[in-house]
Design a protein around this ligand. Structure first.
Ligand code: 9MJ
Length: 674
């Protein structure tokens, strides 16, 4: 059957439009269409191609995913070798590099292009008459592996070059660049691995390399890899511009992504300024880099300079300081936090990581230590990224000394000796000593004094430690009881600082309900929750009398926060401390415009009745539940709050259990209705 010309033309038009929008979306980062419209175009193309499979072309935007698994990767001999880069680790080496080149070229100054050094996998893409026909990894520089189906899944790589009006592309164009995984995709991938109980990947580079070498290209597609071009290999039937920077812009015109961070700089000084600038922004970049690359901009000069072994003379990779280092675990200490949480911390033999000396690293919790099997005496890899607290990444097992033992958190608090417990579904172990535990007390007082709580200026860690250790202060209310003489008698304090401390205490007495609530250090009540409670509940007295059901009716308050709040106000010690604080003059204005709290215990709750009830019919139960403000629904969903299960409850009960919805029996129902 002959296919009409108009269908063929429509197909070509659709492909061109989609290709153009891919370019705006993936290369220029400037989408021109809403996603839904783009999806519609792609679906239309898919439908047409399904109808006329003989019209599918290898460069069609639909041909990215779903190539059948290949059993192995065939070898590709690169038509021009794929080069590596010489490295520099300090500024001096950069000056020497620049000096060498100036001598060879007999010039005074050299213009360079500086670009980020991406940490991924180098690939070569071969376009013939504008169509991507082959993609290969660098391999040893002379021979690589063919990874065409895998590379075709990378959305930033055009399957077909853009045709420009005045400048058609060469007959053969080999583009060189880096395939890599953005940080966000890497984190997402590791989350997925964790959720599936699989091994996590060490870094985005490994994830990218593994992604590109998937036997089934559909798995490559899932890894969300991307690409940046930084050079060319063989070119036939086309002219090259005179400068490397122009070459990159030309590649961009053809639809290939180039780095948005590249910059033309002058001389070694220009290179080093660029280096410092990018180093300062390293953490904020959406992908990992391990340095910057400088390249002579003049392509004729590049040609003159040539290569030594496999690396060009005209380029240099200036590496950033490593963010990983090897060191020894000298000990593992256990810190006790404000809520009793026990945090194991590794004491490390001091080591410089990325230019900062690291002596401690958090080990998070017992599960983390067990998973990584970190032991005292081990040699470990520590890493640090920006402001993030240093972390022990892994143990070098080959260097483990004999006679080490696996670490276990203590069964009793190292500070107060109270029992340590760990809830079944929690990773955190806690000291049960409460305010008997001086570690918890100190932390609670520090929190109370902190800037966003009571803002007690001058009440730092050392001072609080002193007054707790010498027994002057047992709880936050005691702070207001100490006399000026007592403050003045403390170590490193005198009359003047005592006066300042008294002043800070006096000033703190006028506060807000939100700040006061936050200062109390109730578990799970952070600043935002404290503010919400102040607004919605209006007064401390009211809050202390509100039950969990009522609290949960406040949007933003979940069952965990509600539980901790009610629990806090049930403890007589806590009420006594609040009373003492008020007696010392701590005060705030209540929020009289807070909305009334519902007194209907089941208001806003959705319930489902299932099975046979013995004391009443389901209809009767429904009417009475509705009178208490509940909504009674016929089917279980994630929005259901309770399922009331009578005898022989069936599929609704199963579903509730699957969704983790609270199931109650008839006895509870009767209690509610009483
Ligand atoms: C990386 N990895 O980002 C080169 N590279 O140039 C950049 N690698 C390179 N250029 C010639 N930006 C050989 C390798």
């Amino acid at each position: 059957m002959a296919i009409s010309k108009s269908i063929q033309q429509h197909l070509i038009q659709l492909r061109t439009t989609i290709q153009e929008h891919n370019y705006y979306y993936y290369v220029l980062d400037n989408p021109q269409l809403p996603d839904s419209e783009y999806d519609r175009l792609l679906r239309e193309l898919q439908n047409l191609e399904a109808q006329y499979p003989e019209l599918i072309t290898p460069d069609s935007p639909t041909q990215r995913v779903g190539a059948p698994p290949s059993s192995a990767f065939s070898e590709v001999i690169h038509s021009l070798p794929m080069l590596s880069l010489n490295n520099a680790f300090d500024d001096n080496e950069v000056y020497e590099f620049d000096q060498r080149l100036r001598d060879r070229l007999a010039v005074n100054t050299i213009e360079y292009v500086a670009e980020p050094k991406l940490d991924g996998l180098a690939v070569s893409l071969r376009y013939e008459q504008g169509i991507l026909v082959k993609a290969a990894t660098r391999g040893d520089g002379a021979r690589g592996e063919e990874v065409t189906p895998n590379v075709k899944t990378i959305k930033t790589i055009p399957l077909k070059l853009r045709q420009l009006e005045d400048n058609s592309f060469p007959l053969v164009l080999e583009v060189r660049g880096e395939v890599f995984m953005p940080k966000a995709s890497f984190e997402q991938l590791n989350q997925q691995h964790l959720a599936n109980g699989e091994k996590t990947l060490a870094n985005p580079r490994n994830a990218a390399a593994g992604g590109l070498r998937q036997l089934d290209a559909r798995n490559t597609a899932k890894r969300k890899l991307t690409f940046v071009s930084y050079g060319v290999g063989l070119i036939e039937g086309g002219e090259l511009p005179k400068q490397y920077s122009e070459l990159l812009y030309q590649l961009q015109q053809w639809g290939l992504p180039i780095s948005v961070y590249l910059q033309i700089v002058q001389g070694a000084a220009g290179c080093l300024t660029y280096y410092q600038n990018l180093l300062a922004h390293r953490e904020a970049l959406p992908f990992e880099i391990d340095g910057v690359v400088y390249k002579v901009n003049d392509l004729a000069a590049q040609h003159t300079l040539g290569f030594i072994s496999r690396a060009p003379r005209w380029a240099l990779a200036h590496k950033f300081p490593a963010q990983e280092a090897l060191t020894q675990v000298l000990g593992i200490e256990v810190q006790v936090g404000r809520t009793g949480a026990l945090t194991p911390v590794a004491r490390l033999s001091p080591v410089s990581v990325g230019g900062v000396t690291v002596t401690n690293a958090t080990l998070h919790n017992q599960d983390e230590i067990t998973r990584k099997d970190i032991r005292v005496g081990d040699t470990v890899v520590v890493c640090r990224a920006g402001d993030v607290i240093p972390e022990v990444k892994r143990v070098v097992l080959a260097q483990r000394p004999p006679d080490t033992t696996a670490f276990q958190l203590p069964t009793h608090c190292p500070i107060c000796g109270a029992e340590v417990t760990r809830a079944q579904d929690e990773a955190i172990a806690r000291c049960t000593g409460g305010l008997i535990c001086s570690a918890q007390r100190k932390q609670a007082i520090q929190h109370f004094a902190s800037r966003r709580a009571m803002n007690l200026d001058g009440f730092g860690e050392k001072l609080i430690e002193q007054v707790v250790d010498n027994g002057l202060v047992k709880n936050v209310a005691d702070l207001y009881q100490l006399t000026r003489e007592q403050w003045a008698s403390l170590e490193h304090k005198g009359e003047k600082s005592a006066a300042k401390l008294m002043q800070a205490l006096a000033k703190s007495k006028t506060t807000t309900l939100a700040n006061f609530l936050y200062a109390l250090g109730i578990r799970e009540v952070g600043e935002t929750t404290a503010r919400l409670l102040a607004q919605q509940v209006g007064s401390l007295e009211r809050l202390a009398q509100t039950n969990e059901e009522q609290l949960q009716q406040i949007p933003g308050i979940g069952p965990v926060v509600a539980h901790h709040l009610v629990n806090f106000f049930q403890q007589p010690e806590n009420l006594a401390i609040i009373q003492q604080l008020q007696q010392h003059g701590v005060h705030w204005a209540d929020n009289s415009s807070a909305p009334p709290l519902s007194t209907q215990p089941l208001a806003g709750k959705t319930l489902v009745l299932t099975g046979t009830l013995s004391s009443m019919t389901r209809d009767e139960a429904k009417t009475r539940l509705q009178a208490l403000g509940a909504k009674v629904s016929g089917s279980v969903s994630s929005k259901t709050n309770y399922v009331v299960a009578g005898v022989e409850a069936g599929s609704k009960l199963d579903k509730a259990l699957k969704l983790g919805i609270q199931v109650v029996d008839e006895t509870t129902l009767i209690e509610w209705l009483a």
